[in-house]
Design a protein around this ligand. Structure first.
Ligand code: ADP
Ligand code: MG
Length: 694
């Protein structure tokens, strides 16, 4: 770093504070924005009362003392289109900072004062004497006191030094021109010092591609390394058991279910272990797919396991799946009668004592075909005779390690196949990045005969009256309702207190005379069960709840969902909540209440507009940007500085294709040393070893 012009010890520590420790970090500190000084940011375009950025020249600086030993610095600035006065109160140092003739970027609100435009205490970024048409503006840091012009200068200096040798391009040229990508050296230069906006854009595209292809190389590499290092079971996918199951179902499978089951069957028949994600909206019928997958294991003499995130869900799955499989006979050649009944058991931490001992014994002996449970399934004491297929429901609640732990339960050298199910749809290309080491199947069709849920926005007290009337009406018809209380992210305690207050006030107010239950996260597991069971038995009309009912709860007789302060929830969460109704043939409705009728609420609007989880996921990504998606990623995947999962979908697809081609021609990247070196920066040492070991 010290080799750079003007970087002494003092600037070096300022840079370190800014987060830049070496030349690589310096040149990958990209501008936050680029301003075309011939087309934007002109004084003429400023309008009174709105915030804007202008690029101007300092023309005159005056310091005026005020009372109380304060100072006011007035600066006259302008460009070829007009003039502007800038006033700084209590920033006497501005008089030293700003010199006549200097180029500065100002960001602030323009007001009219005594007939001319004026900005007060704007944000100032000194551009220095840089002249190009496009001015890069770097992220500012008051604390580290590094100005845009300084950074720009150092970056240019660093790039100049590299010029002689050129910056090596780790991506083989054959992939570049065919995908319209410029070389890395030009891109590096043009992102910092573009001659035009077009040049900046192609630089951004190339560098964003680099970020994405690195991520994809890790993901595809991980997948291939896993396939190369593990053998799976070749399952019998066309068997009598699966036929019997399909015939016994009270409904025909949807086209999507059939397609996904055949995709899974394809994986299961193969010797490489399956690692697949099943995305399907609430109510799309994922359970049938899960059961079919486990039956493919059973009909070849292996076992299936289904892991749910909570006891309630495990028990619900157990009763649902048991019903689905009731009376199903497993073809058994070693049996005198040719057939034997299929065995399904439950294993959670609530299965204890003698019962637990016998379940464990029978699992280890292979007498149990399918086990359904919670984390209890990955405990040390649980042994399988031959675990063939593992299904993990509601994946976002489980970490990668837990997935791996269950996989390790295969007690031979053969890995069980893994199917991960999630009801939180994410757009396809985002899935490629977030779950890129998994194959993805999508259930994109709801079973027929559902009456679509009608969603209404209850903004303000008037509509609220209608909303409560709808609840009373449903109950009068013998149906049930949920009331979800406002989410208070900061404190569960407050959330519970608010739920209790709401429960009390509804009991004596709007819902007086109805049988109200209350469920929240501070109840013990048995207490929660008692309430849930009472609701299922229809001993309660209305369940007042916090978000504990978000996932998977299935009571088909519940037809009205009320969400209070709905604008506090995210789109995905509202969609999950809404999925608690509309689970039977009865027409259902969802009321999203917000306090202020004036307040716009794009998320609530989105829910009113659409019931399609994938459409909502797109809108969500649009509204929120990347934030949460990136949060779901593991370490190393979050170094997307320029690439955007939202805007760069086409680029993600290209990156995926290129990464797959590279890995499939050279799995350990022996012939792509430069790429390998870059990936090392992205993954842990042990992972690098795993990925690049032949
Ligand atoms: P989810 O994908 O939300 O887990 P479930 O598997 O719980 O969905 O299924 C929701 C409901 O739809 C269940 O009551 C199930 O029996 C029913 N179902 C599943 N597949 C079909 C189908 N092909 N036709 C009709 N109903 C179906
Ligand atoms: Mg489900």
């Amino acid at each position: 770093m010290s080799a750079l012009k003007g970087v002494g010890d003092k600037r070096k520590s300022a840079l370190a504070e800014y987060g830049v420790h070496n030349v690589l970090e310096l040149v990958t500190t990209y501008p936050r924005r680029w301003v075309d000084r011939t087309a934007e940011a002109r004084v003429r375009d400023l309008t009174e009362g709105s915030e804007a950025l202008v690029l101007v020249e300092v023309r005159k600086v005056t310091v005026r003392p005020m009372r109380n030993r304060r100072t006011m610095v007035t600066v006259q600035v302008g460009d070829e289109s007009g003039r502007l006065s800038v006033v700084f109160f209590n920033q006497p140092w501005r008089a030293k900072q700003l010199k006549e003739g200097m180029q500065v970027a100002l960001f602030g609100k323009a007001e009219v004062f005594r007939g001319s435009l004026q900005m007060t205490n704007p944000i100032v970024d000194v551009i220095g004497d840089r002249t190009g048409r496009i001015v890069p503006i770097y992220p500012q840091s008051e604390k580290a006191s590094i100005a845009t012009w300084e950074l720009a200068g150092w970056v240019e200096n660093a790039l100049d030094r590299c010029s002689a040798r050129g910056i090596a391009d780790p991506v083989p040229t054959e992939f570049l021109s065919s995908n319209g990508l410029i070389d890395r050296h030009s891109a590096m230069r043009a992102i910092h010092l573009p001659q035009s906006m077009e040049e900046k854009e192609s630089a951004r595209r190339r560098l964003a591609f680099d970020e994405l292809v690195r991520v994809q190389l890790v993901l595809v590499g991980r997948k291939r390394a896993y396939e190369a290092n593990h053998r799976g079971i070749r399952h019998v996918i066309k068997g009598e058991l699966l036929n019997r199951f399909a015939k016994a179902l009270p409904f025909p499978m949807t086209k999507a279910q059939k397609r996904v089951i055949s995709e899974i069957g394809h994986d299961l028949a193969d010797a490489a272990p399956m690692h697949r994600l099943l995305q399907g909206d609430v109510g799309s019928g994922k359970t049938v797919v899960a059961v079919a997958s486990m039956l493919m294991a059973v009909q070849g003499g292996h076992q299936g396991a289904l892991m749910a995130p909570t006891e309630v869900l495990a028990e619900q799955h157990f009763s649902g799946v048991s019903r689905m499989l009731e009376g199903l006979m497993v073809p058994a050649s070693d049996n005198l009668f040719g057939d034997r009944p299929l065995r399904v058991e439950l294993l959670t931490s609530r299965v204890t004592g003698e019962r637990r001992r016998s379940v464990l014994e029978e699992l280890a002996r292979g007498d149990i075909d399918i086990v359904i449970g919670t984390h209890a399934l990955i405990e040390e004491s649980v042994q399988f005779s031959s675990l063939g297929v593992v299904v993990i429901d509601e994946q976002h609640r489980f970490g990668v390690e837990q997935r791996a732990a269950l996989r390790e339960k295969g007690n031979s050298s053969l890995m069980p196949d893994v199917l991960v199910m999630t009801a939180t749809p994410i757009p396809r290309t985002a899935a490629m990045t977030v779950y890129g080491d998994l194959e993805v199947s999508v259930l994109d069709e709801l079973p027929p005969g559902r009456t679509p849920i009608v969603t209404r926005w209850a903004a303000g007290p008037l509509v609220e009256q209608t909303m409560w009337a709808a609840v009373r009406e449903a109950v009068a018809k013998g149906q049930q309702a949920y009331v979800v209380c406002p989410m208070i992210e900061e404190s569960e305690k407050l959330e519970v207190a608010s739920a209790e207050t709401i429960h009390a006030s509804l009991s004596t107010g709007e819902l007086k005379g109805l049988r109200l239950g209350l469920i929240h996260g501070r109840l013990s597991a048995p207490e929660k069960d008692d309430v849930m069971n009472a609701f299922r038995r229809r001993d309660l009309d209305v369940l007042v709840a916090t978000t504990v009912i978000e996932v998977g709860v299935d009571v088909p007789n519940a037809t009205v969902m009320v969400v209070l302060d709905a604008d506090r929830f995210g789109i995905a969460q509202l969609h999950q909540l809404r999925g608690r109704v509309g689970r039977g043939a009865l027409a259902s409705e969802c009321w999203l209440q917000t306090k202020n009728p004036e307040e716009p609420s794009p998320r609530v609007e989105a829910l009113v507009e659409s019931t399609d989880g994938f459409v909502l996921a797109e809108i969500d990504l649009e509204l929120r940007g990347e934030g949460t998606l990136m949060g779901a990623m593991q370490k190393g995947r979050s170094d997307l500085k320029l690439a955007s999962l939202r805007r760069d979908r086409e680029l993600i697809e290209i990156a995926r294709r290129v990464a797959t081609e590279i890995i499939d021609s050279d799995r350990t990247l022996k012939k792509h040393q430069l790429l390998r070196d870059e990936l090392r920066l992205l993954v842990s040492k042990s992972e690098a070893e795993y990925l690049f070991r032949s």
